[in-house]
Design a protein around this ligand. Structure first.
Ligand SMILES: Cc1cc2nc3c(=O)[nH]c(=O)nc-3n(C[C@H](O)[C@H](O)[C@H](O)COP(=O)(O)OP(=O)(O)OC[C@H]3O[C@@H](n4cnc5c(N)ncnc54)[C@H](O)[C@@H]3O)c2cc1C
Length: 343
């Protein structure tokens, strides 16, 4: 007999999990608190390992139809000198396929297109403990402030601010200059996103307002001032950089609850791997469930935890470390080290 699961959250992690569970023949209910999917349009870099997981979930072709290769990004100083290259060539050489960039709404559309059950919108799960009484499995894919995590694991691991705010936006022109520019206590990034547009993000100390952002990057190399001047601050989105701390001792509980994505290991976005790890979690969890079946659910959850926890937490730690480096005030020392990175 097929198992039944409730997936809380319809972000990348929740949708990918629901797809995998459906492919394993499970009954799935997806509860999403929003009235509709949030369609902010930042570009996600999707690493080849996560692309392979999307292939295994049957979403690879739909994903690739809207994705662009990311092959050339450099790390610059605020006056525009190149210090190093992002490791995009190395990623492509090792994996045999490039890192791909996709606008977040397009990735969600690709996932939704592969799903044969509806998302139940407007369902805010406030009592996740009560939820666990019903189905065989509850998957917490409810992001950094996960109610499922709090119900299953308490509040020892919680959301921590890291002292930086990120503003993100899309410019309506192609800058042709991609990568990141690292200054003292702040950095600016630009990536392709789709023809005729550029995805950008700007990180600065937490007190930085939209009105103050242009001043923070005044005098930096072009096209940074142009990008900020020619995008409407009303369209910018503000993120406080946060992560989950301390790391959880397990992603599963009681043979019936599993966490995926930011709910399990929210990380600062510096490595650009949060969505990738959510996809890898979802694929690994549902592959284990397909293998062990409903009767073997506790074994499946253990196998998932063994496969994913350390790996995801290493990425989160790396991202936090990179955040420290990128936002340090001691930029001269950092820049000397960055210049030692082989091209
Ligand atoms: C500026 C920025 C750039 C990034 N760039 C990249 C990148 O290049 N590559 C990459 O891989 N990652 C990137 N990330 C990380 C990525 O955005 C996240 O890690 C990823 O989206 C997490 O997906 P998720 O499904 O786990 O959580 P979320 O996307 O947060 O989804 C959680 C869902 O659960 C819903 N929900 C929450 N609480 C409840 C509740 N109680 N009841 C019901 N529903 C609920 C929410 O409404 C939401 O829809 C970036 C992040 C930021 C901020």
């Amino acid at each position: 007999m097929a198992g039944s699961a409730v997936v809380v959250g319809a972000g990348v992690g929740g949708l990918a999990t629901a797809i995998g569970l459906r492919r394993a023949g499970w009954h799935v209910t997806i509860l999403e608190r929003r009235a509709e999917l949030e369609r902010y349009g930042t570009a996600f870099g999707i690493h080849p390992t996560a692309q392979a997981a999307l292939d295994r979930l049957g979403v690879g072709d739909a994903f690739r139809a809207r994705a662009l290769p990311y092959r050339d990004g450099r790390i610059r100083t605020p006056d525009g000198k190149v210090m190093a290259r992002l490791p995009l060539e190395r990623i492509e050489r090792r994996a045999g396929r490039p890192e791909l960039l996709i606008s977040r709404p397009y990735l969600l559309d690709a996932l939704l297109g592969a799903l044969d059950v509806p998302v139940r919108y407007g369902e805010n799960v406030s009592d996740a403990a009560a939820l666990v009484e019903g189905p065989d499995l509850v998957v917490g894919a409810d992001g950094i402030n996960s109610a499922v995590r709090t119900a299953a694991f308490g509040t020892r691991s919680g959301v921590r601010q890291v002292g930086t705010v990120t503003w993100i936006g899309i410019a309506d022109f192609e800058t042709g200059v991609y990568g990141e520019t690292w200054g003292r206590g702040r950095f600016f990034g630009m990536t392709p996103i789709e023809p005729g547009r550029t995805n950008w993000y700007a990180a600065a100390p937490e007190a930085t307002t939209a009105a103050g952002l242009r001043d923070r990057f005044a005098g930096w190399h072009e096209p940074i001032p142009r990008v900020l001047a020619e995008t409407d601050p009303a369209s910018w989105i503000r993120y406080e950089m946060r992560h989950l701390f301390p790391a959880l001792p397990t992603f599963v509980r009681g043979g019936r609850v599993a966490l995926v994505g930011d709910a399990a290991h929210a990380m600062t976005p510096n490595l650009g791997r949060g969505a990738c790890t959510a996809i890898l979690d979802a694929e690994a969890l549902t592959r284990a469930i397909a293998r062990y079946g409903r009767a073997g659910l506790p074994s499946a959850l253990r196998a998932y935890d063994t496969e994913r926890r350390r790996s995801a937490q290493r990425v989160a730690f790396g991202s936090r470390t990179l955040h420290r480096l990128m936002s340090t005030e001691r930029s001269r020392l950092r820049d000397s080290l960055v210049r030692l990175i082989p091209a």
